[in-house]
Write a protein that binds this ligand. Structure first.
Ligand SMILES: Cc1cc2nc3c(=O)[nH]c(=O)nc-3n(C[C@H](O)[C@H](O)[C@H](O)COP(=O)(O)O)c2cc1C
Length: 328
């Protein structure tokens, strides 16, 4: 969806090189990409050079870019020396990037956070030092997320570090952190002169952001939701048997996609009364045409109806569909 709405290229979430190199089924499933996503990159993390090399050899035939994660602040990852921990191990980092370049026919890119130093001058110096090691080790481009590791996802991304790295490097530098609107995009380009902009969280809940950034218009939010639901079903992000985590996931996405639209609160309220994919789809289907009206009283009726003994011999889904649709 991000590609369809204008993204120039996309990366996967990070995948452990131990899983890829041993071709563990769950990791191989995470590597799945489709033609429409291309150009697409897979992001890896890890520290073992043999596993990194083997992973790159496996990936080079599947994708257009291989990216190294140098930004993950989660303890489970950093305690193994991977992710953001590599920001403090320049020599090891250089070895890893060189191993990736040697074992890959597709470009290697790296995504890092800015270095954490109390003194800003030292912060800029360390960030640039790491960026130069990445460039000198053969990486084709670098993404900088303008937060430190201790910041996690809090506070503000400091774009001045992106400008400093852009000025210091010859390879393309991509800016990342806090891009939520077209104006943010215009501002980061102006302030940093970066070569591309990577959008994280905003794209996870609104893939239409790329059209907004490029053209200034947003796609219809209901259309995006139905498109998401169809793709999620096709690629088994949600499953047809309405497992509870699927239902929860789809509910959350329905709420994300309808955020800010008129009646969003009522849709959210109605979502609390359904427990199946069918129920969610039914609410969204009615809501898209503005035919959906539910108030507190109706929601209560749904709840009490739902516990009536008379409906126990029907499937949950059938009953929900009947109840929700009867509101229209
Ligand atoms: C739930 C979640 C998962 C993330 N997973 C990854 C990841 O696997 N690889 C990565 O490079 N960044 C990951 N990030 C960080 C984002 O890519 C991005 O760098 C960060 O959120 C800042 O950009 P944003 O303000 O556009 O979100 C993740 C962020 C969140 C919130």
């Amino acid at each position: 969806m991000c590609k369809k709405y204008g993204a120039g290229f996309v990366y996967s979430e990070f995948i452990n090189v131990e899983g890829i190199s041993r071709e563990i089924p769950n990791s191989m499933r995470m590597l799945k990409t489709v033609e429409e996503e291309k150009p697409v990159g897979i992001q890896i993390f890890g520290t073992n050079l043999d596993s990194i090399g083997k992973s790159c050899r496996i990936l080079q035939d599947k994708v257009n870019l291989i990216d190294l994660n140098l930004g993950c602040p989660v303890h489970k990852v950093t305690c193994t020396g991977a992710g953001a921990a590599l920001l403090e191990k320049p020599e090891k980092l250089g070895e890893i990037v060189r191993t990736m370049v040697k074992n890959s026919s597709v470009p290697i890119t790296v995504k890092m956070r800015r270095a954490d130093r109390e003194n800003p001058e030292e912060g800029y110096a360390q960030t640039i030092k790491i960026a130069k090691i990445i460039q000198d080790s053969g990486a084709s481009a670098l993404t900088l997320h303008g937060r430190t590791v201790p910041q996690g996802y809090t506070g503000k991304a400091d774009w001045s570090y992106i400008r400093a790295v852009k000025e210091a490097l010859d390879i393309p530098v991509f800016g990342n952190g806090d891009i939520r609107t077209r104006q943010d995009y215009l501002d980061i380009i102006k302030q940093t002169n970066c070569d591309a902009v990577l959008v994280g969280r905003a794209a996870m809940t609104n893939p239409g952001i790329f059209r907004e950034i490029l053209e200034g218009t947003l796609p219809n939010k209901f259309e995006m939701f139905f498109e998401y639901a169809k793709l999620a079903d096709k690629f088994e992000v949600i499953t047809a048997n309405s497992a509870s985590h699927s239902v929860q996931k789809l509910k959350v996405m329905a709420q994300h996609f309808t955020k800010g639209i008129e009646g969003a609160a009522r849709i959210r309220e109605a979502m609390n009364t359904v427990h199946s994919v069918e129920g969610i789809m039914c609410i969204m289907d009615k809501a898209k045409d503005g035919r959906f009206v539910v108030n507190n009283q109706n929601t209560k009726v749904v709840k009490s109806f739902y516990t009536e003994e008379s409906i126990t011999n029907k499937t949950e889904q059938t009953v929900e569909k009947e109840i929700v649709c009867s509101y229209v």
